[in-house]
Design a protein around this ligand. Sequence first.
Ligand code: AMP
Ligand code: ZN
Length: 415
Amino acid sequence: MTYQYWNQKMETLPRPELEAFQLAQLKTAVSQALRTPFYKERLGKAGIVNADAIKSLADIRKIPFTTKHDLRDGFPYGFLSIPRDEVVRLHASSGTTGTPTTIYFNREDLSRWTSFVARSIYATGCNKADVFQNMITYGLFTGGLGFHAGGEEVGMLVIPSGSGNTTRQFKLMQDFGTTVVHATPSFLLHVESKMREEGISRDSIKLRKAFAGAEPYSEDTRRRIEELLKIDVYNSYGLSEMNGPGVAFECQAKNGLHLWEDGYIAEIVDPDTLEPLPDGETGELVLTCLCREATPMLRYRTRDLSSFYTEPCVCGRTHRRLHRITGRTDDMLIINGVNLFPSQIEEVIMSMSEAGNNYLIVVEKEGVLDRLTVKTEVGEDIFMDDSRQRQVRTSSPVSPSGRGSRVSGSTISAM
Ligand code: AMP
Ligand code: ZN
């Protein structure tokens, strides 16, 4: 197989040069971070007052971790490092509470992000002859606009179809000869079952490839989608805190996701001790953004579990590969591609005077899509006069922590 590179020099840069580049970028990122109220204080406490504290890549360990909670606490402008009037875009993702985590971009940030997405798309063998239907949510979520811009950069014909409305998606595919789509794996499975239901013949569409991400899925699911739709599926990993898509992506070898190390420094740490783990061991992925000025992000705890491949890829790229994400270290659920924390549901329930203290979140598969049901106890207030006398029975005792959450299989119960 011949492999194509969007930026051959960078993608195949020998490791010593790649690491020297990372070190220079890390120093810049630290200087930039010191311009934000949050990092000025956080780094200051760790004794880092300028980039001179970083003399080698190993010095990254002197930098304290950043968490989603920190982002929430810094909302809205605690992480902004440039004057507000130089910001041209923001994206947001769900936080652990109602406060979203917000990332700001200046013009150069957007163009750097776009080039990482274009590089990712090109690595799968796409080119300007492709017709790309972006079947993912546009808006505050980064997947829509991120892939849109990357697709245009590659020169593909981009159809901003957005997610949902499967019948319309088929029509667009047939009318414009779509060759590539981007979607969540669950939506791809849904598309396939709808295709059968609506009697749409495989020959009436020209689809060859799909980029699937935004939620975890197994190798078996990938194979199932590939066999059912007769396409190649490439795993796409990203998160809003690191711009969005284009952080790590599979090449044509379809064996692990190249993490673009000229844009991001990746560490795998033990989620309990936060100590670095040797290459090959599974732990929490910690990422530092090297390609964004407006919102610096150092040693961000992604909560995603993964590990590095220890051997190089056949494609010749020098950027290390991650295994597909196997889970998370927190209780975040991803429901049909949308992030959700049990604490967000709790906030809504607890604001309802009719609700009691205990609730149960049930996540099931309905066909290929996720279905979430919330069952809650009712409070005494909901009963009318005489029935109020009856004792409101709780289905289970309140846990010592009050309303902690417990994960068991796909069911989370908070009691
Ligand atoms: P968001 O910031 O809303 O884009 O959500 C990012 C989160 O989605 C990540 O931290 C992962 O938990 C999840 N995610 C994104 N892409 C993938 C993928 N390819 N495999 C597994 N999980 C993913
Ligand atoms: Zn490769």
